[in-house]
Design a protein around this ligand. Sequence first.
Ligand code: HSE
Length: 425
Amino acid sequence: MRLSDRQIKKGECHMVQVAVLGHGVVGSGVVELLNKNSASIAKKAGKEIKLKRILDIREFPDSPYAGLFTKEFADILGDGEISVVAEVMGGVHPAYEFVKACLEAGKSVVTSNKELVAQKGAELLAVAREKDVNFLFEASVGGGIPIIRPIHQCLAANEIDEIAGILNGTTNFILTKMIKEGMAFDEALKMAQELGYAEANPSADVDGHDACRKICILASLAFGSHVYPENVPTRGITTLTAEDVQYADNAGCVIKLIGRAFKTEDGKVYAMVSPALIPKSSQLAGIDDVFNGILVRGDATGDVVFYGKGAGKLPTASAVVGDMVDCVKARGTIRSLQWEDSAENNVADYKTVSTTQYLCFQGENCEALCRDAFGTIQSLARKRRPADEFAFITSEMPEGKLEEITGKLQAKGLTLLSAIRKLDY
Ligand code: HSE
């Protein structure tokens, strides 16, 4: 049961009871922070936050919180004293059903679940609004980095022109190893797995899906209509080679996996995830290892860059608990954290948007054919370049045109070894 304004004004309630759905890495971090920093958290929330229940299907007999565990979601949903729920289970199902039921029951929900927000954000925000409670998800993008709240609160005076970010720590670790230590992709991935950064099945990271979910959330928030992951062209880092890294270096760039979004002139949203050559002078170029960095371009502020730990137990738990505090403080739905659902595909056709690319071809008469087809180019060098290989950066043109020319060169017998966008941030 939510506290009424009358109760709050009269100071009748000095405590809010909360529950956590999931006791994995992030969930245990949430419990740890609520306990460790309880006094300062209470001060900021204006009330003591008391953990009443933890949902998990596993047994935790040795946990100091053993008495709080339940395997029955109904124990939390049906408990009128629990007014704020943290969902940190991950995955869309049953997280979606649990979150929706909690909101419908008048409980505020906070989550770190980017898959859930990217798929169901518009719908869950609408349910929260209808029930005058909150659905908050600061932890879903950038782990411990504040990014959701800055966009809809601190930068509220701005029109957001563009967002671009290194949104996945695992791939950034792999790329850093490839760039700084000359490692091959497979070797760097193995190291990331050994260090516990990448999952045993790392497809969500290395194929770009995790970054895609995050740019969808940021784009939906910044531009006001839900951007669905299935509409966003997404490419990961699995095909990058040490040779690409060397050519990028020759161009004064590093390769980063970038999630990017901006509004096009016809009111659609351009959104994509792909590796990109970034000038070494860019603020994004120096973001290495498992760190994330997100650049937000406001029409009043210019570029603002957010940097920090994009994953991990306590950084992510920090964002989850911060949202719990906001739920406790809020008087009804926070109106600035809203976007509408999009009935039609609101994502612009990437082929109409201008870009430059780094291209690498191989074949007989390679350089002459490429120069003839592309006109003005910046040729690139690397050590031990075979005579039949030619790499260069194109001039700017619509991506569809670029693909057309590339296709014609392939039809003439050249092999396309690499095609990676070059971005100037
Ligand atoms: N797998 C994600 C990453 C975890 O590597 O960034 C945080 O979302």
